[in-house]
Design a protein. Structure first.
Length: 146
């Protein structure tokens, strides 16, 4: 599992011109699912993202998490995070899970965030989505499961 995490002051995702998910202060999580991902990887990823201390404390140091700040999470499925561009000019996406695995796993990640008490919004799997965000900081991190 791979996630590109962006700290945002606001973010939204639209399909066919209609906003289907939006957050204010929190994290935009672009999420890629790999073929071997299981509940173990899901749980690790959710715990890691929820606890990442990437929000400033009163002194401006990265010392608070999205949980600590009562922030929200917007999860957008992103199989292209597994695009391999080392050969040729067309990315190879064989490192991404088949939609039959990826779609329920992406939904399970969203449900795990919700179960942890984090307000969660989501994109629409396999849709042509338009994502808008205001990156706060900017703070952008790439995270892979072990």
């Amino acid at each position: 599992m791979r996630a590109l995490i962006q700290r945002v002051s606001r973010a939204s995702v639209s399909v066919d011109g209609a906003v289907i998910g939006a957050i204010d202060h929190g994290l935009l999580v672009l999420l890629g699912i790999a073929p071997g991902d299981t509940d173990k990887e899901r749980d690790w990823m959710v715990r890691k993202i929820a606890g990442l201390r990437i929000f400033p404390d009163a002194d401006g140091r990265f010392d608070r998490s999205v949980e600590d700040t009562q922030g929200s999470v917007l999860v957008v499925s992103q199989f292209t995070l597994f695009g391999d561009c080392r050969k040729g000019r067309r990315p190879n996406f064989s490192g991404a899970a088949h939609p039959d695995l990826a779609e329920p796993m992406c939904e399970a990640v969203c449900q795990a965030f919700e179960a942890a008490g984090i307000h969660t919004q989501r994109g629409r799997f396999a849709a042509d989505m338009k994502v808008e965000l205001v990156n706060d900081g900017p703070v952008t991190l790439m995270l892979d499961t072990p």
